[in-house]
Design a protein around this ligand. Structure first.
Ligand code: TXA
Ligand code: MG
Length: 322
């Protein structure tokens, strides 16, 4: 096959033994496959193969300086890739498998393709809990590099159809494992000798991390130039229309995403439950994008707990585009 193969149509595979076998075959041949994780759908390729990982960047149109998360089957595999200090071990014990990504020093002997870390000396690792990616990790026997399975800069996918809408014709296959129940990407932290930096808020809250470590926690704010968390670009997760935040009463040309008592045209959680709102967030943005309205307005979302991650994503959706 060509180095960069462009399928004309992307097939959706069921998560049965045949579908899984087909996905494994494609990954072994070096072709990225979209698959469900508990946070969002990922576009997965063998993290040891530079060529396979290059196809992820190509399919997403992702800037090559933006590194990828390496997904692992177990702690042994993680410890072959990254240097864990005691604090990192304690956090992995507490939150893995699950929605926490640890940025740690890359082991010198790790065989991860350098395109995965974009040449950085740190690597982001996560042990996911979703049974489908766990099964793939087990059968493939290699760590899987996987960004969210969407065109770079657009809204993250929480269903197989979201992936198809965004990457149809650009990837060979999508494994359909239903809806990603957390609905928002993993929390990313950098575990350093004397502090923990929160690089991206997510389903595991700052409060939960604080309760599991003695280190001070610093919330890292990207300034657009600093490459520590290259994916933290101001405009990200952006629908095609302009987005206005903290809106209680919409204008006529706006599709209104509500929360709690602010009903809206759609509602993230009518009971005001932030976990439910996180799970519905990207679906609601996809729906808003397809609504035919010229602009999108979003009700105020409280900043506590996972509300911080929701507001982080909304801030990027509303940021001025380049
Ligand atoms: O929940 C998730 O994390 C999903 C699922 C598929 O696992 N993945 C995901 O990947 O959200 P992605 O590529 O969309 O976002 C990963 C973020 C990017 O902002 C990237 O810059 C950052 O992780 N990152 C990756 N490696 C890094 C590193 N070595 N140092 C700092 N930031 C890193
Ligand atoms: Mg992403």
């Amino acid at each position: 096959m060509n180095a960069f193969f462009s399928p004309t149509e992307t097939i959706i595979l069921p998560c049965d033994p045949k579908g899984i076998e087909k996905a494994v075959q494609l990954i072994r041949k070096g072709y990225p496959v979209a698959l469900p994780t508990e946070t969002v759908y990922g576009l997965a390729a063998d993290a040891l193969s530079g060529e396979a990982v290059a196809r992820i960047y190509q399919a997403k149109g992702r800037p090559s300086f933006n590194p990828l998360i390496v997904h692992v089957a177990d702690r042994t595999q993680a410890e072959h890739i990254a240097e864990f200090n005691e604090d990192a071990l304690a956090l992995a014990d507490k939150f893995w498998p699950g929605a926490l990504t640890l940025v740690l020093p890359l082991k010198k002997e790790a065989k991860i393709a350098s395109i995965v870390t974009a040449g950085l000396d740190k690597v982001a690792v996560r042990m996911p809990s979703h049974p489908v990616i766990r099964e793939l990790l087990k059968i493939c026997g290699c760590p899987l590099a996987a960004p969210s399975a969407n065109k770079s800069g657009s809204i993250s996918p929480t269903t197989a159809l979201h992936v198809k809408d965004s990457l149809d014709g650009k990837i060979a296959a999508i494994l359909d494992g239903g809806v990603s129940d957390k609905g928002i990407e993993s929390t990313i932290i950098s575990v350093e000798a004397d502090e923990i930096k929160i690089l991206r808020p997510g389903p595991i809250t700052t409060e939960q991390i604080a309760a599991a470590t003695h280190l001070p926690i610093v919330e890292y704010k990207a300034n657009g130039q600093n490459p520590v968390a290259p994916g933290q670009m101001a405009s990200h997760y952006a629908p095609s229309q302009p987005v206005r935040l903290d809106v209680s009463k919409k204008d006529e040309d706006e599709w209104h995403i509500g929360f709690g008592k602010i009903t809206g045209d759609d509602n993230l959680s009518s009971s005001g439950d932030l976990t439910e709102a996180a799970a519905n967030l990207f679906s609601a943005l996809h729906k808003a994008e397809k609504s035919g309205y010229a602009r999108i307005a979003i009700a105020p979302i409280p900043l506590n707990g996972i509300g911080k991650a929701i507001n982080d994503r909304l801030g990027r959706a509303a940021a001025p585009r380049n």
